[in-house]
Design a protein around this ligand. Structure first.
Ligand code: AKG
Length: 297
């Protein structure tokens, strides 16, 4: 630990009240460049692909000779820089303030949201995907580019983390998106903005989404899903497989077999989605869309 204060008491209160907060300059320009270089290498794997893989999720307008990537899945498995950055002392200092001294990273992804065509993400709550025994669970959004008003910034509904868990099902199957008419407060959503190197922290129950990027500038966002060490995934070990695999997901502190339980409204993401692989694929079959999509050239 550096011992320095990375997040102020006011910012912690903002997170508690609104369900999200942005911390500027969490990563240095050198850190961001290192992550972008690793990302460029991962993206090269899309050339020649005709379908999504376990690593790469493709934009609808992708062509094998003109690759367009929507998401890199679990980047920390493929380049150690994403592991190191998840354990960066400045990030751990913020996670300690928001979640406590014991935390585990249970997932990670990079949403590319490329200039001119980067796909929208429909309104949802992460809690609908991975409910836990308590809701000290959040997503860190590491801004690899400036996130501005016009490049498809993340939008969050203030206070929604204290509200209901919305239905993310359609025709009895999990679809990974809410019916936008169910939430009366979408018009109160705020843009999550910041410079490259800033991080957003959004609560697992916060209602959020983002529009298409029709601007001329990329909006690459690395997301780390982090849970307090005593928050147990209600789906069980899930990807971790075994206790040893689970223990390896801890980025600070040690695992416990005595999870903390709190009262919170839960809906499980079952029956499984008709289309799996990524949130984009699951949401693609949702009939009611909120965010428009312009056909990409
Ligand atoms: O990239 C975004 O704007 C939204 C991210 C998100 O909510 C997700 O990928 O689950």
């Amino acid at each position: 630990m550096t011992g320095e204060t990375v997040i102020s008491a006011d910012q912690v209160q903002t997170y508690r009240d609104k369900g999200y907060v942005v911390v500027e300059d969490l990563f240095s320009a050198e850190d961001v460049q290192e992550m972008k270089t690793a990302l460029d290498t991962l993206i090269e794997g899309a050339r020649g692909l005709s379908d999504h893989t376990n690593v790469i999720d493709l934009e609808p307008s992708h062509r094998s000779d003109a690759p367009r990537v929507r998401r890199i899945k679990e980047p920390f498995l493929y380049d150690d820089v994403f592991n190191r950055m998840a354990r960066h002392p400045r990030l751990l200092s913020v996670l300690t303030a928001l979640l406590g001294p014991t935390c585990r990273m249970h997932g990670s992804k990079i949403n590319l949201k490329s200039a001119e065509y980067g796909s929208p993400v429909e309104w949802h709550q992460d809690w609908a995907f991975y409910p836990h025994t308590n809701d000290d669970v959040l997503a860190v959004g590491v801004m690899l580019d400036d996130m501005t008003e016009d490049n498809g910034p993340m939008l969050c509904v203030p206070g929604s983390h204290k509200g209901p868990t919305y239905d993310h099902h359609q025709d009895g199957r999990f679809v990974g998106a809410m019916d936008p008419d169910d939430c009366p407060d979408l018009d109160k959503a705020e843009m999550i903005l910041g410079r490259a190197g800033a991080c957003s922290f959004h609560h697992v129950r916060a209602v959020h989404g983002s529009g298409q990027n029709t601007s001329g500038r990329d909006r690459r966002l690395l997301l780390y899903q982090v849970a307090a060490g005593d928050a147990w995934d209600l789906r069980g070990f899930h990807k971790a497989g075994t206790w040893d695999g689970y223990a390896k997901t801890f980025i600070q502190g040690e695992p416990t077999n005595q999870p903390r339980l709190v009262e919170a409204p839960v809906r499980l993401p079952y029956p499984e989605p008709l289309k799996g692989g990524s949130i984009y694929e699951s949401q693609s079959v949702a009939r009611k869309k909120y965010f428009g999509t312009q056909a990409a050239e």
